[in-house]
Design a protein around this ligand. Structure first.
Ligand code: MN
Length: 502
């Protein structure tokens, strides 16, 4: 994946001096063992490093400052092995800018019923030590994830793994740069948004470049690089005969390769993690970038069509969460419906730009007319997405805050679509089509989404918690009347919680 760092998680254990040096040494040794156990877990993709046993307010404050400033620290896991009076933590935690997870665990898994004495009780008292910590976290209104259970429990490691992937995405977004070639599609509302508020809230910056700056990179693509890329296309895809060497449309594919090389060179030079384009502003380009956008997405770049920078940034974040997991993640659009009473379905696609990471089988590389934009026919990858559980996620700007919307869906096998020249997915919505779509529309969810197989609602919930933004979930438990109430209550909560700094 392009431009992705490997930060680490700091494991912090809290205690106090009441117990004397002997027990404190034991606490530290145990904490190191817990951290090591988590570090060795294949479910947790980031390094977990035991960082400190903290017992005094000044130590806690100093550690938090170090975490805030260390570029390699993605977040903290906090655990109170013994009781750690939480007023010691106020000044430190109030200044923490990194995400944290409160792991409510215990060194020992089982109680030694026959041998248990007061020394054992005093050493292993996370059961109440972590409640003291939890009170302060709640009292300070700190956003965090709470994970409960023995650290060796696979379910606990899985929860921590989801959180680790999410803080990896958060770490990746801080200072991330996204470039827009051209503005939004004219008159479209949902792809608009406040780029000052988004940088304040999510940490990424969005800036624009005239498409002419991109054209210069496209024109600079060398013949040898173009030829190497054409060879790669022929190994990776089923290339339409007309675009093979000597074919009537070979020149269109050569231009498609140049477009990809030019975009890669532009994005690399600027250190960008994602981009947007629009068919309304392609001055100097011969085709709307289809194949190029698809292949860049597959390499981890964020993408949003028609100037949709919010979806581009969200796609990058979700791709980082999914990094190394089976199953793909793509830019998506709810395109058209199958309204058969026996089973309502959504056909998801876009004009061109669906990520081949969700392709079932080898994609075919084809060329067809586009019908809008007034440019030459664009080359594109055509494929079906597989059946399976997936989510659609949308990020919208409500004016006083951002809202994330998730719909859990079940993708089904794509029927034969011999005349549809774009990549596509077909899914059924939870809890049912009518409830899900009505809820989505009440929530103001966009037609553009991030569509992912490996990333589940829990990841997006963790992400929303870290960002401090609203999340509404449409899943098998959704009831429309309650959902509408939730939207109204959230309106009020976020107005109060965020105040004027939005
Ligand atoms: Mn679109």
């Amino acid at each position: 994946m392009n431009n992705l760092a490997s930060p680490e998680i700091w494991f912090i254990c809290g205690s106090q001096h009441l117990y004397g040096p002997g027990p404190l040494q034991e606490v530290e040794n145990n904490a190191k063992e817990v951290a090591k156990g988590l570090d060795n877990s294949s479910a947790i993709p980031l390094k977990v490093r035991f960082k400190a046993l903290l017992t005094r307010p000044d130590e806690i404050y100093a550690l938090v400052q170090e975490a805030n400033h260390d570029q390699n620290c993605a977040g903290l896991i906090l655990w109170m092995h013994t009781f750690s009076p939480a007023k010691m933590w106020i000044r430190g935690l109030a200044s923490l800018t990194k995400p944290f997870c409160h792991l409510h665990t215990q060194y020992n898994r089982d109680l030694p019923w026959n041998d248990i004495d007061m020394d054992f009780m005093n050493l292993n008292q996370a059961a109440h030590g972590d409640r003291e910590a939890g009170f302060l976290h709640s009292r300070l209104r700190l956003n965090r994830k709470v994970v409960v259970g023995h650290y060796s429990d696979p379910e606990v490691q899985e929860r921590l793994g989801v959180w680790a992937r999410t803080i990896h995405a958060w770490h990746d977004l801080q200072g991330a740069k996204f470039v827009r070639f051209g503005d939004n599609m004219r008159y479209v509302a949902v792809t608009e948004g406040d780029k000052v508020a988004s940088e304040l809230r999510f940490g990424f910056e969005v800036n624009t470049h005239g498409v002419g700056d991109l054209v210069a990179h496209v024109n600079a693509a060398s013949d040898s690089d173009v030829n190497a890329l054409l060879d790669e296309y022929e190994t990776s895809y089923v290339v339409a005969k007309e675009m093979l060497k000597g074919g009537a449309r070979r020149d269109d594919l050569v231009y498609g390769a140049k477009l990809e090389l030019g975009m890669r060179s532009f994005l690399k030079e600027g250190g960008y993690k994602g981009f947007t384009d629009t068919f309304e502003d392609l001055h100097g380009l011969r085709q709307l970038p289809g194949l190029a956008s698809q292949r860049l997405m597959a390499d981890g770049y964020g993408f949003g069509g028609e100037g949709d920078w919010k979806t581009s940034a969200l796609l990058r974040a979700i791709k980082v969460m999914a990094h190394g997991l089976d199953g793909g993640t793509s830019f998506m659009e709810d395109y058209t419906y199958h309204l058969d009473p026996m089973g309502h379905q959504v056909l998801g696609a876009h004009m061109l730009e669906i990520c081949p990471s969700i392709a079932k089988g080898k994609p075919s590389l084809e060329i067809h007319p586009l019908g809008i934009g007034g440019k030459e026919d664009p080359v594109r990858l055509v494929f079906d997405a597989p059946a399976g559980d997936a989510i659609n996620v949308s990020l919208v700007d409500m004016g006083n805050r951002f809202r994330l919307i998730v719909n859990e869906v079940k993708a089904v096998d794509v029927p034969s679509l011999p005349k549809l020249p774009v990549a596509r997915a077909v899914w059924e919505c939870k809890p049912d089509f009518k409830t899900a779509i009505a809820a989505w529309i009440y929530a103001g969810g966009a037609h553009h989404t991030v569509y992912s197989y490996p990333v589940t609602t829990e990841f997006i919930e963790d992400f929303a918690t870290i960002a401090g933004v609203e999340l509404v979930v449409i899943d098998s438990d959704t009831k429309l009347r309650e959902f509408k109430n939730e939207l109204r209550q959230n309106d009020l909560y976020y107005a109060l919680a965020q105040g004027l700094r939005v």
